[in-house]
Ligand binder design. Structure first.
Ligand SMILES: Cc1ncc(COP(=O)(O)O)c(C=O)c1O
Length: 438
């Protein structure tokens, strides 16, 4: 911390042990540019995580700042309920053009959590519009993170995110997660083992009957629980089963959307087209909150055809906020002009081999990668408990001027797409030193 320590009392920090952090605020950033933060003690810290998976084009991009400033002086806000302004229309068209063919209806939200809840509502409205109002069950997956609203934590598969809150949506079931160290440790990219886990959906259909199931929601790559890469063929199998049983398939692409795997969406990477995609984060390079749902035309048409007036009683004050839209346009310009999605594809093999060079280091039980995502999983410390090694590695990396994030004992990695090959090596060298030191 710098000499002029700010008052830390009143900000109730999210997902943080507030008292512990405030007693020793080791990680504190003052500014950022490109691939680096500047820490409170003046050190430049290489960002191995693009913030929270979101600063994909690197920090403090001038063209986004200019677009936001210009927009604030032109049209700071206008409602989108029964009224229009050009920005969300233009942005929706641009996002639809990036999405898989057939997904061209974009509903804007302010966050990934809201995007998930919106997609769930759209799924319910879709079935109801077609006279199937009894299709109201959602199938999520163990170890899924779908944000922190009630819909998202209900379909999510992280018990810690639920147990304080008691109330959940009813009628939710879960697929098993796809991670098995015995079968797939140290796979490079998509594991060969595990496609058959999608067939558990058939068992859930037998248990509940397809006539009660509205949608299956999965992250194509489960990010927040440790970068769990889908087994080869798994997503395709889910698609087949959903199509056969009139169940909508929702890909939560809040992490994977906008280039993280080297294609606009994981849907294109896996060549599997869902009925809806949720997005947020990288769409504005995390500068201004913005999320959304991209729905297929048949989903929209079914809901609109059944309506006499407003077809979806849902929306947010800031849906399609002009400033967020301006930030997104400037961000998409950067992705396009700098060919950053191609860059992710080009860097991916280098990223993969650099990360996998950590195999054989102490306590490392798995290394996972896909696109510019990765994770290094450590065996938990039997004495200090789960998560202790993850925290120690984060701390060690920070001492070596690299920021990484622990999720339990997995270190998750998702650098900005502008990362240079030498900076990949810096991240791996810091990890190696930190792992050896614990
Ligand atoms: C897959 C996924 N869905 C939803 C969310 C929630 O997004 P937000 O934090 O913007 O509400 C996240 C956040 O990390 C996420 O990873």
């Amino acid at each position: 911390m710098s000499a002029k320590k700010p008052d830390l009392e009143s900000f109730w920090m999210p997902f943080t042990a507030n008292r512990r952090y405030k007693a020793d605020p080791r990680i504190f950033f003052e500014s950022a540019a490109g691939m680096h933060y500047t820490a409170a003690d003046g050190r430049r810290i290489l960002d191995g995580t693009a913030g929270l998976w979101c600063v994909a084009a690197g920090h403090c991009r001038e063209s986004i700042a200019e677009a936001v400033a210009r927009q604030l002086r032109t049209l700071d806000f206008a409602p989108a309920f029964q009224a229009g302004h050009p920005l969300p229309f233009a942005l929706a068209g641009r996002i639809a053009a990036l999405a898989p063919e057939g997904l061209d209806q974009v509903f804007f939200t302010n966050s990934g959590s809201e995007a998930v809840d919106s997609a769930m509502k759209i799924a319910l409205a879709y079935h109801r519009a077609r006279g199937n109002g009894q299709k109201r069950r959602f199938i999520g997956r163990e170890r899924a993170y779908h944000g922190m609203n009630f819909g998202g934590i209900s379909v999510g598969g992280i018990v810690r995110n639920r147990r304080q809150f008691a109330l959940m949506l009813p009628d939710v079931d879960h697929l098993p997660h796809t991670h098995d160290l015995q079968k797939m440790a140290f796979s490079r990219g998509e594991p060969d083992w595990g496609a058959h886990l999608a067939d558990v959906l058939l068992r859930l259909i037998e248990t509940h009957d397809a006539s009660t199931i509205a949608a299956v929601i999965v992250e194509p790559v489960a990010g927040a629980t440790g970068v769990l890469v889908p087994p080869k063929g798994y997503l395709r199998r889910l698609r087949e089963i959903c199509s056969k049983h009139d169940i909508l398939l929702i890909f939560d692409e809040v992490v994977t959307g906008f280039g993280r795997l080297g294609s606009p969406f994981a849907a294109q990477y896996s060549a599997v087209v869902p009925d809806m995609i949720t997005f947020a984060k990288a769409v504005t390079n995390a500068t201004v909150p913005l999320g959304g749902v991209i729905a297929s035309r048949p989903v929209f048409d079914a809901i609109a055809d059944a309506a006499d007036g407003i077809e979806l009683f849902h929306g947010y004050t800031y849906s399609g906020h002009p400033v967020a839209c301006a930030a997104a346009q400037a961000t998409l310009d950067i992705y396009q002009n700098e060919r950053l999605f191609d860059r992710v594809r080009e860097l991916a093999p280098r990223w993969e081999s650099a990360l996998h060079s950590l195999a054989g280091e102490p306590h490392v039980v798995d290394i996972r990668n896909i696109g510019l995502l990765g994770a290094v999983e450590l065996a938990p410390d039997a004495k200090k408990g789960a998560g202790a090694r993850g925290m120690a590695v984060q701390s060690g990396c920070f001492t070596h001027n690299v920021f990484v994030r622990p999720v339990g004992d997995s270190i998750v990695l998702s650098p900005p797409y502008i990362i240079e090959p030498g900076q990949i090596d810096e991240i791996v060298a810091a990890l190696r030193a930190a792992i050896r030191a614990i």
